[in-house]
Write a protein that binds this ligand. Structure first.
Ligand SMILES: *Cc1c(COP(=O)(O)O)cnc(C)c1O
Length: 460
């Protein structure tokens, strides 16, 4: 058998940005000032930033050149038409509404499609997506397969939907109270897990039977497509671009945070096939985002996005991007660190419940672990557990997710393999001293999306 060759980066570096090292003493003070919330650290206090892959990609020289082609006309900017053409070509949706980022699109679509009392099934919640569904009067219902909630399950497609769960919801609430099914590629909160095309086809058939729309949260669609190419039978010979198109063609509308897969620092869009929904969205975008040919974006940003979309589905790019994440994941697995299996596509997720069994979920183990890793090495990560899960919108009780995770998110084209080695060493060291880590108590809790701004203090 031929040995699989390495995934080295399909680019070379032409401009660099210095990183700053700090001492452990300084970092302990920074953490205290930031209320033990890594979102409240200043970026100059961070050495390697694995907080998020959102808006943190390195743009290519072609994208930087595209910025110079910005047409900053208020109406009818040429850049809008380039962006629209790229979306139509690579994703296949008919109509495009630009928004400042993904949540802008979620807001508009939720307000248009959801009525009070509706139920919105989805393959696991996402923070902003669920909040906009709730603000529009809906309730999110989880239809992801059970294995997605189990960090030890090694299924290849842990982003798949459980058709029985969906069918039961339709029977219970009636198709007329289900405005759409929300399908994410890949599933961020499950650890960056892909969904298979076979599963999506089954969801499509069930939705067709009941006349229900599918809305695609396509934030990481290229990464999902690449996993299908690698793992799903019958797709090994297809390009990532072809698979992306096949996924999109099975859905009716999409919300996109272009800050992830599409390699830009800001931007998003809503894409729909239905004329009536398009008309409403085009009317609403003027109220909340900006005119329908810029939606909160500068012309130059739309041009960079048009280029970024094409680059994001390139097979060499996506192989190296996911390859780097898998490299870090395998390193941690080999060191015996408890992480979510299967390794995801945009980050490696530490299982904080197993990492810190002496800290109960009320004392925020993932939040504590993220703080401990920062204190050790200046590596910034993010909590994805009980803090991110927030409270039940009706009872006010805390949601208690099975998954209590710390996300080590890898930005696209930004860090090297040596940075991944340094990260792995820090996590291994913190693991060896894990018994010293203490839990936290929350001393300030914002009403919405509390994980962004909550403040904590150590329990002594
Ligand atoms: C980031 C993200 C969003 C929201 O997009 P923003 O650009 O941050 O507003 C929605 N869904 C998923 C899966 C995401 O990762």
């Amino acid at each position: 058998m031929k040995k699989e060759r390495s995934w080295a980066e399909p680019y070379k570096i032409k401009m660099v940005e210095p990183l700053f090292m700090t001492t452990r003493e300084e970092r302990e003070q920074f953490l205290k000032d930031a209320g033990y919330n890594t979102f409240l650290l200043r970026s100059k206090q961070v050495y390697i930033d694995l907080l998020t892959d959102s808006g943190t990609s390195a743009m290519s020289d072609r994208q930087w050149a595209a910025l110079m082609m910005g047409d900053e006309s208020y109406a009818g900017s040429e850049n809008f038409y380039h962006m629209e053409a790229a979306i139509q070509k690579y994703y296949g949706y008919k109509h495009v509404i630009p928004t400042h980022q993904g949540r802008g699109a979620e807001h508009i679509l939720s307000q248009i499609l959801i009525k009070k009392g509706d139920v919105v099934p989805g393959n696991m919640y996402f923070t902003t997506t669920r909040l906009h569904q709730e603000l529009a009067g809906g309730t999110f219902a989880d239809i992801i397969i059970d294995e997605a909630h189990d960090p030890d399950s090694e299924l290849p497609f842990k982003g798949n939907c459980d058709l029985n769960k969906l069918e039961r919801l339709i029977t219970k609430h009636g198709a007329e109270n289900i405005p759409y099914v929300s399908i994410a590629t890949t599933v961020n909160m499950a650890g960056g897990q892909p969904l298979s095309l076979a599963n999506l086809r089954e969801v499509r058939a069930l939705c067709d039977k009941h006349g229900i729309m599918i809305v695609h949260d396509m934030t990481r669609v290229a990464e999902n497509a690449y996993m299908i190419q690698r793992l799903e039978e019958g797709y090994g010979h297809k390009s990532t671009a072809e698979i992306v198109r096949e996924i999109c063609d099975l859905t009716d509308a999409a919300t996109m945070s272009s800050k992830k897969d599409a390699l830009v620092n800001i931007g998003g869009f809503l894409a729909v096939n239905d004329e009536k929904v398009f008309e409403k969205a085009r009317n609403m975008v003027v109220v909340y985002e900006g005119l329908h040919t810029y939606g909160g974006l500068a012309g130059r940003d739309m041009e960079a996005l048009a280029v970024g979309i094409a680059e994001s589905v390139d097979d060499d790019h996506i192989r190296a991007r996911v390859g780097q994440v898998q490299y870090l994941g395998k390193k941690l697995l080999e060191a015996g660190i408890p992480i979510v299996k299967t390794i995801g596509t945009h980050g490696v997720f530490l299982d904080a419940k197993k990492f810190l069994p002496h800290i109960s979920q009320d004392q925020f183990p993932a939040q504590s672990l993220a703080a401990a890793i920062y204190a050790d090495s200046g590596v910034r990560t993010m909590e994805r557990g009980i803090v991110s899960a927030g409270r039940n919108k009706d009872t006010g009780e805390e949601n208690r997710p099975d998954l209590e995770l710390v996300r080590l998110t890898v930005s696209r084209r930004v860090y090297t393999q040596a940075h991944m080695d340094v990260v792995a060493e820090s996590v291994e060291y913190v693991y060896s001293e894990r018994h010293l880590i203490k839990g936290l108590k929350m001393v300030y809790e914002p009403e919405y999306l509390r994980f962004f701004q909550a403040r904590f203090e150590p329990i002594t």
